[in-house]
Design a protein around this ligand. Structure first.
Ligand code: NAP
Ligand code: MG
Length: 489
């Protein structure tokens, strides 16, 4: 049976102003999961007004930082209690295998909330060096109303990356989920509400990007936009945000290099690189989708890699043994097929997969796919596919690897597999990316800043640093002289 969801504005569940709704699909079956109220510009405006009011006055405004932290910890406790339910809702909504939501995405998401709950009463300014007749200090203040625009690949986790530091620092927020996956976020917000988050502090307006998303990013009373999604949409958001010069943080796409040297532990490199590309069906912004393998170890490495990739179990995301679920939507599935066709046309060798998964006709399932003989000028080496499609490129030596790895407009993540310590440090400096993984890939931790360079965006989420993205430094001058100097006589 389909469930219906409303918008969440000012602590209340409401229909959209237009009364319109849209369908949210189950990617494993292609059937309608839920019916969701469709927010547009009018609804965004109501949500921003509620968030403004909650920011400027009322219980949230008055709450001490310690109490804010305590409240966020209380929410985290509730989230742990309901973690299995949330994992299932997330997997139903976007097709992630339950093993990945239950053991990775949901625990990581709650850990982020706990991390920032602990920071709530550690957001502080500084006393500055000043002469004896003056006192200079800084206040570290919340920005105000935050707009968060999030994608469908890890809806809960990527929302929490924004929500937790924003609230810890005392802001209020309006969230625009991806049209494919609004439901898990609405369910999570219920838990915040039940734990006692004051009305208007969190507002969720599902809807389409071109309408609700655009209204949020161009809204004159929003103080910052935090976005995760595609590079193209990131550019549109930056333009829209320029209307009132609100700052933006953009966590965009990638085509991350993963480099296997001949002195690597091959078994580890095979296992880690497979996780790097097939985790989340390849719908991971940091996925290691360009794999560089050194000539001298190429055949041995690729034999083992292909043998293992062949055995990945694609199937029902709610089955505990499933290793890869469906792609999120028919549109994404068709996009991936198009890239495979382009790869073949441009002369790459299809070593594995490349087609829809035959055992599941109605869902959006795709086979683990590997292209060999890829060159850096091919489309499948340049563009983000966002699916389980790996492009493999050979290299000669360290210099060749670095040159090829950095030959991209993106700069989100990168990986190096080697037992040579000096090479580790040379590569860590040489790779142009926000993250360098050494002898691992696609790892995340609340303590470790995450973000990109070049067209993968800017700003760092997670870690203590992310508080800076949700606060402003105010510089205060206090004159301690009894008289002010008389400059004009
Ligand atoms: P997208 O358009 O970037 O979607 C991300 C979010 O932005 C969604 O909430 C989307 O709403 C919203 N949005 C879209 N247009 C907007 C606009 N003009 N103004 C404000 N917000 C807007 O990504 P997508 O279309 O779902 O996926 C396309 C490709 O993006 C993927 O194939 C992949 O390459 C990349 N992608 C990257 C990430 C990442 O983590 N870096 C995540 C998802 C997708 P709607 O849901 O209504 O479109
Ligand atoms: Mg879209």
């Amino acid at each position: 049976m389909n469930r219906s969801y409303q918008l969440f504005i000012d602590g209340k569940w409401v229909d959209s102003v237009s009364g319109e709704t849209f369908n949210s699909f189950n990617p494993a079956t292609g059937e309608v999961n839920d019916i969701v109220a469709e927010g547009r510009a009018d609804d965004i405006d109501l949500a921003v007004k509620a968030a403004r009011k909650a920011f400027e006055s009322g219980p949230w405004h008055e709450m001490s930082p310690s109490d804010r932290g305590r409240l966020l910890n209380k929410v985290a406790q509730e989230l742990w209690r309901k973690a299995d339910d949330l994992a299932e809702i997330e997997s139903r909504g976007n097709g992630l295998p339950i093993k990945e939501t239950k053991f990775i995405a949901i625990p990581a998401m709650i850990d982020v909330l706990e991390f920032y709950a602990g920071l709530a009463n550690k957001v502080q300014g500084e006393t500055l060096a000043s002469p004896s007749d003056r006192f200079n200090f800084t206040l570290k203040e919340p920005l105000g109303v935050i707009g968060a625009i999030v994608p469908w690949n890890f809806p809960l986790m990527l929302t929490m990356w924004k929500l937790a530091p924003a609230l810890a620092a005392g802001n209020t927020i309006v969230i625009k989920p991806a049209e494919q996956t609004p439901v898990s976020i609405l369910e999570m917000v219920k838990i915040f509400q039940e734990a006692g988050i004051p009305d208007g502090v969190i507002n969720v307006v599902p809807g389409y990007g071109s309408e609700a998303g655009n209204a949020l990013s161009s809204h004159p009373d929003v103080n910052k936009i935090a976005f995760t999604g595609s590079t193209n949409t990131g550019k549109l958001i930056m333009q829209a945000a320029s209307k009132n010069l609100k700052p933006v943080s953009l966590e965009l796409g990638g085509k991350s290099p993963n480099i296997i040297f001949d002195d690597a532990n091959i078994e580890n490199a095979v296992n880690g690189s497979m996780f790097g590309i097939y985790f989340g069906q390849g719908q991971v912004c940091a996925s290691g989708s360009r794999m560089f393998v050194q000539d001298s170890v190429y055949d041995q490495f690729m034999d083992e890699f292909i043998k293992k990739a062949k055995n990945i179990k694609v199937g029902n995301p709610l089955d505990q043994t499933t290793q890869m679920g469906p792609q999120v939507s028919l549109q994404q599935l068709e996009r991936i097929e198009q890239y495979v066709a382009t790869g073949l046309e441009e002369g790459a060798h299809l070593a594995l997969g490349g087609e829809r998964c035959k055992t599941n006709e109605n869902g959006y399932f795709f086979t683990p796919t590997i292209f060999e003989n890829v060159t850096s000028d091919m489309t499948i080496a340049k563009e983000e596919i966002f699916g389980p499609v790996l492009s493999v490129i050979r290299f000669k030596d360290e210099e060749d690897a670095l040159k090829k790895a950095n030959d991209t407009v993106y700069g989100l993540a990168s990986g190096v597999w080697t037992e040579n310590l000096k090479r580790v440090h040379r590569m860590a400096k040489g790779l142009k990316a926000g993250t360098v993984y050494v002898n691992t890939f696609s790892m995340l931790d609340s303590v470790a800043p995450f973000g990109g360079t070049k067209q993968s965006g800017f700003g760092r989420e997670l870690g203590i640093q992310a508080i800076d993205m949700y606060t402003e430094t105010k510089s205060v001058w206090v004159n301690l002289n009894d008289e002010h100097f008389n400059w004009y006589g």
